[in-house]
Design a protein around this ligand. Structure first.
Ligand code: OSB
Ligand code: MG
Length: 369
């Protein structure tokens, strides 16, 4: 497949309700949609760099720069017949995982379409449905939180994740456990604590949490090993893991016992698969994280979460949990039993709704060979 044309589309989508975390409050989500036109097939990907550098140093602007000045020129006009042929062309670019992952995802989609197979199949997926959970931001009161959890459990979600921050932690876990002693429950701190807060986590250890996600520094592996040593509850790393090497270090140091895989955070599905396979070989469960993606990125997440070692429900929720209208058809829905169907049509398996995409477009740029 010769790469004829690449388009970057900066989107901004309004969330159905503000998402509050230890990193701040988000009212809308900005990402970059990457469209790759080969000589006969079109692929779509989503770069999950956000408008702000609060979760990651990458932003829409840095990803746009890296994509337009380095990654796109590396493949435009070239003959690319597998993702493995593309990656070495841009691998001298260090970091900027989200920029790379968006372009890689669009190539995966186009190449799967060229083969006439689903992205799930192309990536080595083994499931027709995946188990899904929901990530709930910090609410204005415990009562609000209980109401949201009740609603999501009724919708079928198999696992609840709540965001925590200093001053908004133990009391939330206690209130939820009182009401729901047996649900799969986990917390995500987004790096808001230090080892000085060890007491809080030791107390949390009594509430049978599935895991504690990224309690300490966003690049840290060492301090997490000190915390994990003191806890029964598995620590799960998100922010600290950008590669297979980070994963290996974290597991060898016993810094975590579960890994959150987000293809955007590690540079794409190729690196994600190395991490997935390594974790499987070490009996480390993985689950699929989320970045409030539109349906384009979500489709990739759903396909990737169909691999065999995704044994815990992911942060992959229905389109409507995030946005009033998604930019793909059909939208993603959650079944009453807390599962989501893995698309079976070629590539990402959903159609881009061009009218909706246009409505959320902030700017775009076309690169011709
Ligand atoms: O830490 O997992 C996170 C969203 C944006 C940035 C970071 C995170 C999140 C979420 C939401 O928790 C997951 C989702 O449902 O997409
Ligand atoms: Mg997280």
């Amino acid at each position: 497949m010769r790469i004829e044309r690449i388009e970057l589309i900066h989107i901004k989508m309004e969330l159905v309700s503000p998402f509050v975390t230890s990193m701040g409050i988000e009212y809308d989500e900005e990402h970059i949609i990457v469209r790759v036109d080969g000589d006969s097939f079109t692929g779509w990907g989503e770069s999950v760099a956000e408008g702000t550098p609060f979760y990651s140093y990458e932003t829409v602007q840095t990803a746009w720069h890296i994509l337009s000045d380095f990654l796109i020129p590396a493949i435009l006009g070239k003959e690319i017949n597998s993702v493995d042929e593309a990656i070495p062309k841009w691998s001298k670019v260090r970091g900027h995982m989200m920029a790379k992952a968006g372009l890689e995802a669009a190539l995966w989609d186009a190449l799967a379409k060229a083969k006439g197979i689903s992205l799930s199949k192309m990536l080595g997926g083994v499931r027709e449905k995946i188990d899904v959970g929901v990530s709930i931001g910090i609410q204005s009161s415990i009562n609000e939180l209980l109401k949201k959890v009740d609603r999501y459990l009724k919708e079928g979600y198999k696992r609840i994740k709540i965001k925590i921050a200093p001053g908004n932690d133990l009391q939330l876990v206690k209130a939820l456990r009182k009401e729901y002693p047996d649900i799969l429950l986990q917390v995500d701190a987004n790096s808001a604590y230090t080892l000085d807060d060890i007491k809080i986590f030791k107390e949390m250890d009594d509430y049978n949490l599935l895991l504690i996600e990224q309690p300490l520094g966003y690049e840290d592996i060492y301090d997490h090993s000190k915390l994990q040593r003191e806890l029964k509850t598995p620590i799960c790393l998100d922010e600290s893991i950008h590669s297979l090497d980070d994963t290996r270090a974290a597991i060898e140091l016993d810094s975590c016992r579960i890994i959150n895989i987000k293809p955007g955070r590690v540079g794409g599905f190729t690196e994600s698969k190395l991490i997935h396979d390594y974790c499987a070989s070490k009996n480390i469960p993985v689950w699929h994280g989320g970045m409030l993606e539109s349906g384009i990125g979500r489709a990739g997440n759903v396909a990737f979460a169909s691999l065999s070692n995704f044994t815990l429900p992911g942060d992959i929720s229905a389109s409507k949990r995030y946005y009033k209208d998604d930019i793909v058809e059909p939208e993603f829905v959650v079944n009453k039993d807390g599962t989501m169907e893995v698309p079976t049509k070629p590539g990402i398996g959903v159609e881009v709704n061009m009218a909706m995409l246009k409505k959320v477009t902030v700017r775009k740029e076309i690169f011709n060979r």
